[in-house]
Design a protein around this ligand. Structure first.
Ligand code: ZN
Length: 52
């Protein structure tokens, strides 16, 4: 059951793109490298229950 032929790895949970920058989805800080923004995201306390 694969409805999506495109198998793309989306790690957009951690960051969003803002032009050439990466924006942490938790604190909305902008970074110039994916490495940094992932570190930032991972540095935030992880909640089990997330209210969307
Ligand atoms: Zn952050």
């Amino acid at each position: 059951m694969n409805m999506n032929p495109k198998k793309e790895r989306i790690s957009s949970e951690k960051y969003t793109r803002d032009g050439a920058k990466y924006v942490c989805t938790r604190c909305k800080k902008k970074y110039f490298s994916k490495d940094e923004v992932e570190k930032c995201y991972d540095g935030h306390p992880v909640k089990k229950e997330e209210t969307v």
